[in-house]
Design a protein around this ligand. Sequence first.
Ligand code: NAP
Length: 498
Amino acid sequence: MSAICLILNSPDIEGAILQVEENRQYINLAELRVDLLKPSERTRAAELPEKVQIPLILTIRLAEDGGRWGINGESEAERINLFLALLNSAPWSFVDIEGNHPLTEVRRAAEAVGAKIIRSVHDFSDNLLSGPVPVLTDLISRLGAEGNILKIAANCADSAALLNLARAAAATKFLDKKILIAMGEYGSPSRILSQRHGSLWTYATSLREMKSQPGQLQPKTLEKLYRFRKIDKSTPLFAVVGNPIAHSKSPVIHNRWLQDLDVEGTYIPIRTDNLAGTLETCDIWDISGLSVTIPHKEVALTLADSASNLAQKTGSANTLIKTSGGWRAENTDAEGFLQSLKEGMGTSSEETLFGRKALIIGAGGAARAVAHVLCNVGMKLTILNRSIDKARTLAEECKAEWGPLDKKALPKLASGIFLAVQTTSLGMPPNERIDPIPWWNPVGCSFVYDVIYGSSETPFLRRAQVAGCQTISGLAMFKAQARLQFQLFTGIVPPSPV
Ligand code: NAP
């Protein structure tokens, strides 16, 4: 099991005590960043161990390593003296000493008082994780061989850099006293899955610092959302992969189901700019189920080792399941859409739809799932899209009419549309004010569905409401496809609604 270490980044000792008390139930240890204390508070640091009664790391971080020591002219000699004074006047469990500074007197003093030494390396340049894996592996092995605890915190520029960290950690798994952290949003999974790369603990931070450090997490989030301290080497792991990913509601929904149903497992977000690389990282960390979102659904299908009929037919996969034969592609968007449509229409049967006319706005991944499922239940489709070729291709697959997404398509919509489904990304941030089809009046259309899900209704859906149509928002589809995914991940049907 990996532990949670809270970074105490308050400018005064009272603030540091408060940070410990607010997080005590979620943390195992804390790191006092003496360099972040006001100069007048620095000698008071010795009061902290007795006041908080929790294992503490003593750190005086240099500016070149991301700290503040030296910024106001403080010297290295003053830093050494402060280290020695604090080590000799209070019981610290650990002292953090940068790997590129010998600090021999400090190390000797730490050993004399029984404080364990952490040798830390900080890289803000992207070079370490974006460079060759053997260089990183050698660094870990070399510093680890000193017998101290080794910490590497390195900037993570993309999915390839996260994969490099996972590879280097796997190559050095024989070293049990290490802490490896990939910094930045791409590196955030390394903070949640520190157990999987053999880290003794993860660093968590208070809200104030989180705002300036993307990828960092609060102790409460680690424990309550991800059940961090329950993750061991056999805990089933699931993730959502996409770019961007920070807004995704999937971790909240899936983790709530896992917890409510008392199913072992954790579900995390992974920002991904290269799905092939992320799949290799998932293999190393033994992540067995993925929700796939924009923009990776089509490439997910091409990378999978096998695919369901629906995934093949729609040309996209929103789900990848790890099997003994590799990754299997599934598509739960199509069935999730149909389930939520029937629920929104108040019917359990598809017969209501048979032979009726549907307009599909858009021809991207979501449109493909919607078109195939509506074609299957016997609806007559008209597909309009900005890129006309995509509308034509999809229409040919579904024996549908097609046209451009502009006024020239109006004649195609002249005779009664029963259901209109909006599937473009217009209506979601940063285009939340845009109606993709302002020139069409939906009066007389019985049902209008917008697959976009967000905190507020889209302009198109609002207009449809005013026109007297019954409207359904994409949140219903989102929940339905997530339920089907959860079932594929765990074999258990989650409760509805979330
Ligand atoms: P996609 O494959 O990238 O397709 C995007 C669609 O939007 C294409 O038809 C594209 O037209 C159109 N589009 C984008 N910008 C446009 C513009 N400025 N003007 C006109 N058309 C524009 O994305 P997707 O996977 O289908 O997702 C589309 C939306 O559905 C997203 O908002 C997504 O969040 C939502 N979605 C919701 C659920 C759910 O569970 N509720 C599931 C899947 C998707 P071109 O072909 O001309 O580029």
